[in-house]
Ligand binder design. Structure first.
Ligand SMILES: [Zn+2]
Ligand SMILES: [Zn+2]
Length: 367
């Protein structure tokens, strides 16, 4: 028995030391009838201005438990060209795909970053490309038109990258939106969050995205081993195929997880919060009018709630934090015995618009 225990400890340690890929818990439980696909759609390698070979991107994504990544090296900006000739723009994708060929956990799609001057056009990512080489064009617009010919999903990268930090829809992007050539926008890029980009997404019906735009190691930028995470876009899909994912991306069924924030459309936030915040059936201990209930957080993120109902709690103020994958026992002072209770909360770390925190209501029957 003791020997077995020792063996167990040793293997546990070894797997830690070697940094093996262990099964991670799901980030969020999907609402019934849906799947949730975790993605990072903006990633660089040494083929453009990144610092690592594509297989490292695969390994990082596997370790972090992602379902899908797009390798999106710059089409035009190639600072390593002297050392790493890049005549085939599909090369980083093909290397990553080959390295990942035996994995059932991670999927990789082809992409590129169309990179001209930041002003006036900006940078755009095209993912689900069939042939990235055809994106080598004389200007941004031609590249974006070619991406659309390949039925790619096209989004505006880091729109907050200017001297003011304020994302603004200019003539060029307005044209793309009107022509339906642009489908999404980065509300989160690397370590920045843009309320202005969020508003542009809402006003123009663009898909809300958050990406790592990683150039070095995700560990260095996001402190993964200390519990950090890169920005992740979760896509709420009807199935697990690439076409289900693409359909949901075009429909804007996304939720961005950035630091402790959840950012998305109200409908998506509501569905995902409802499937991850679960109340047990409340009850009164004999002879008391203090209602006992347990709230479980099934997700990988901390949830911060502000109670906005009529009661007060025995152990908490109106502000409640529930840690990832844990539960909180609430004692609600209802003053008299009631047979059903409504508990309305504002989710302080969930945004359905700039400075607009989403609301969640629980209608519970009492035992
Ligand atoms: Zn860029
Ligand atoms: Zn980039």
């Amino acid at each position: 028995m003791r020997i077995f225990y020792l063996f167990f400890l040793i293997t546990l340690n070894l797997s830690f030391i070697r940094g093996q890929i262990v099964d991670k818990k799901k980030f969020f439980l999907p609402p019934s009838g849906y799947s949730i696909i975790s993605t990072d759609l903006h990633i660089h390698t040494v083929f453009s201005d990144g610092s690592v070979w594509p297989n490292i991107r695969v390994k990082e994504a596997l370790k972090e438990g992602l379902d899908l990544i797009a390798i999106t090296d710059h089409i035009e900006y190639l600072p390593h060209r002297e050392d790493i000739p890049y005549p085939d723009r599909n090369r980083p994708f093909n290397i990553a795909k080959e390295y990942n060929k035996n994995s059932k956990k991670l999927r990789i799609i082809n992409g590129s970053e169309i990179t001209r001057d930041i002003s006036p056009s900006g940078h755009f990512n095209a993912v689900f490309l069939k042939d990235a080489n055809k994106l080598v064009q004389k200007d941004s617009l031609s590249g974006i038109i070619e991406a659309n010919k390949q039925n790619a999903f096209v989004f505006w990268n880091h729109p907050n990258w200017d001297s003011t930090g304020i994302a603004r829809l200019k003539e060029f992007q307005t044209y793309l939106v009107n022509k339906k050539l642009l489908h999404g926008i980065e509300v989160v890029n690397e370590t920045t969050f843009s309320e202005e980009a969020f508003q542009i997404a809402i006003d123009n019906n663009l898909t809300i995205l958050g990406t790592s735009d990683i150039h070095e190691l995700t560990e260095w930028t996001h402190d993964i081993s200390s519990g950090g995470h890169r920005p992740i876009t979760f896509v709420l899909t009807k199935g697990l195929s690439d076409s289900d994912l693409k359909k949901a991306l075009f429909k804007g069924e996304t939720l961005v997880w950035f630091k402790d924030l959840l950012i998305g459309k109200k409908t998506v936030l509501n569905k995902v919060l409802k499937s991850n915040l679960i109340f047990s059936k409340p009850f009164y201990p004999k002879g008391k009018t203090i209602l006992h209930a347990t709230l479980q957080n099934k997700s990988a993120t901390k949830i911060q709630l502000k109670y906005i109902g009529q009661y007060s709690f025995h152990d908490d103020s109106d502000i409640i934090t529930i840690n990832p994958y844990s539960e909180l026992k609430l004692r609600i002072k209802t003053r008299e015995i009631i047979d059903k209770v409504n508990l309305p909360f504002i989710v302080l770390n969930a945004l359905e618009g700039p400075k607009n925190h989403t609301k969640i209501d629980f209608n519970l029957k009492i035992n």
